[in-house]
Design a protein around this ligand. Sequence first.
Ligand SMILES: NC(=O)c1ccc[n+]([C@@H]2O[C@H](COP(=O)([O-])OP(=O)(O)OC[C@H]3O[C@@H](n4cnc5c(N)ncnc54)[C@H](OP(=O)(O)O)[C@@H]3O)[C@@H](O)[C@H]2O)c1
Length: 323
Amino acid sequence: MKLPDEIQFINSAFQTQKTTDVRMDGKVSIITGATSGVGYQAARRLAEGGASLVLVCRNSEKANALRKEFIQKYASDVEIVLADFSKLSDVRKAADFILKKFQRIDVLVNNAGLHRTTRILTEEGHETVFCVNHLASYLFTRLLLDRMIKNAPARIIQVNSEGHRFGGLDLDDLTWSRRHYIGLQGYGASKVAQLLTVWEFADILAGTGVTINAMHPGTVKTNIGMDNGPLYRWFHRLFVRPLLRKPDISGEAIYYLAAAPEMQNVSGKFFNQTVEETPMPHALDREFGKSVWQVSEELTGLPKLELAGSLIKMTDPVSFLLT
Ligand SMILES: NC(=O)c1ccc[n+]([C@@H]2O[C@H](COP(=O)([O-])OP(=O)(O)OC[C@H]3O[C@@H](n4cnc5c(N)ncnc54)[C@H](OP(=O)(O)O)[C@@H]3O)[C@@H](O)[C@H]2O)c1
């Protein structure tokens, strides 16, 4: 039975997911938020597939333990980059380091993310969830984009969420200073913003050999939300966690999107794990998306990058992107 687009995700979760055994030997794969949950599983699966890992993490102890594990189990090349993605200055430093150290980037998995029930502003004045889930991944991608284009093919995977369906994105109140903060909507807002920029990125990147897709990693048992208050944690442990699936399915899905030959030219799509889905209409509004792009550019202090149309017509997109 075909469900309406809005609730297609109920079906997708029960469909057979695609997998691939294609190896990723030596492919430089950057994963943010690799110390836990979805990011850990993605890094583990990429390590198993032979990829060279660049793990962007905020906790050095956890990151070093990961490096040890992947070297022992898979003899992986592992580079650790420490960065707190609630600080855009850290995102810039991480990108600088990577650009100096790596001449090519084959895969970028923007995964670091969180869900808070309370409004907390970052040192730089952004609402934390919006900053980590959207602004940081937007800035990081923009800063690494040119390197990926120069050494294409490359794939960008934005770990998004069915939570984009909660909406909540108001460009006039991104810090929630005029609205009561509702955690699910704060989370939804960040994921809607990221999705809307994925469509813009995909247009800009058309013809460059670099693809970008967004995905929901499954509804899986991780640490997300577990730094909220005791009542939330109690409710989550008792009523939500028992319904969640193991996060290795997320790692397998990310590996498929990163490695499968049939995904080579697929760009600008939203997947529930590996099943393509239609996002909510509010996340498909391209006019609104152009405003989100502009605001994201301003908030991250990036120079203006011309959007779809003009770039597609450029004969030399690389030098255009450099200007
Ligand atoms: N779990 C689900 O069912 C689900 C569903 C839909 C989407 N997602 C998405 O999946 C992604 C990963 O979440 P998860 O469920 O795996 O949660 P998780 O277990 O809490 O992992 C989140 C990862 O992000 C890192 N992180 C959080 N804040 C950070 C910051 N300020 N700077 C740098 N790294 C930071 C964490 O680092 P630490 O280890 O240091 O805390 C951790 O490595 C998120 O984008 C989330 O929205 C998850």
